[in-house]
Design a binder for this molecule. Structure first.
Ligand code: ARG
Length: 268
């Protein structure tokens, strides 16, 4: 009896102490304890325009999936860094590096001199080329045949740049879309006569839409090889170094080839 009464008094005193704020220091210390700096691992945020199968697309769980995602995940594994992918619309994807929203971008991004002026790129990880998509019966054998036709492109892509060179920057014949699938839908519905876009995406689309009466046309004289790179903010040498180190490692140990085979078949 005596003991429990003493405890009651002690308890009351203690509550008073805490309630009056004298215990604040202790509380604060308790809150901080689980997040000591040593336990913190920086997670790099990677932006990707996930409307570009098979490089990046949203799966049923709304997670980004695809060749690019596998490559960067494997790179991060080797480099000992953590990454998280965030779907980021193509329009504004480059700005997201500069304002710090994203640490890196993987999005089938072609390394170009113009882009190199405002961001840094990893070593190339994929070779691509533009393809023309037209209706089966269209009289198009080469890029130049698109003159006088309406052509759809994804805004601000290398396909857009090439079509601008052919038809003129301000040509009313160029119809721009925020994604490549939307540009292809426009061709399907007859709003344009052609699309110019990266080969990997076009081939994947035609395979999955075989009933739409569309074909692809190659023009190696007009379309030269393009190389995809992972982009980081200009001057972020630390992250770029890790990405290049990881890329080298996955190319050396066969991981890259396995990922390539998973998405594009065995033949490189
Ligand atoms: N390779 C082209 C470029 O860099 C198109 C890339 C578009 N990528 C995407 N995920 N939408 O301009």
């Amino acid at each position: 009896m005596k003991l429990s009464r003493r405890n009651l008094v002690l308890g009351a005193l203690l509550s008073a102490f805490v309630l009056t704020g004298c215990g604040k220091k202790e509380e604060a210390a308790n809150v901080q304890a689980p997040t000591t700096p040593a336990a913190e691992v920086k997670e790099y945020v990677v932006g990707t325009d996930a409307a570009y199968a098979p490089f990046e697309f949203e799966n049923d769980q709304k997670q980004a999936e695809g060749f690019d995602i596998d490559v960067v995940t494997a790179i991060a594994d080797k480099a000992g860094i953590k990454v998280k992918f965030i779907n980021t619309p193509w329009e504004g994807i480059f700005a997201s590096l500069n304002n710090g929203d994203r640490d890196a971008l993987v999005s089938a991004i072609t390394i170009t001199d113009e882009r190199k002026a405002s961001m840094d790129f990893s070593e190339p990880y994929f070779e691509a080329r533009q393809l023309i998509v037209v209706a089966k019966d269209a009289k198009v054998a080469k890029f130049g045949d698109l003159k006088g036709m309406k052509v759809a492109v994804q805004t601000g892509t290398t396909g857009d740049e090439l079509v601008q060179k052919l038809l003129g920057k301000t040509s009313a014949d160029i119809k721009r879309f925020e994604s490549t699938p939307l540009a292809l839908k426009e061709l399907e519905s007859g709003g344009v006569q052609a699309v110019v876009a990266d080969n990997g995406v076009v081939i994947n689309y035609l395979k999955n839409n075989a009933d739409k009466g569309l074909i692809s046309v190659e023009d190696k004289d007009s379309f030269h090889p393009e190389y995809y790179g992972v982009a980081v903010k200009k001057g972020n040498a630390e992250l770029l170094g890790k990405i290049n180190e990881g890329l080298k490692a996955i190319k050396a140990d066969g991981t890259y080839d396995k990922i390539y085979a998973k998405w594009f078949g065995e033949n490189k």
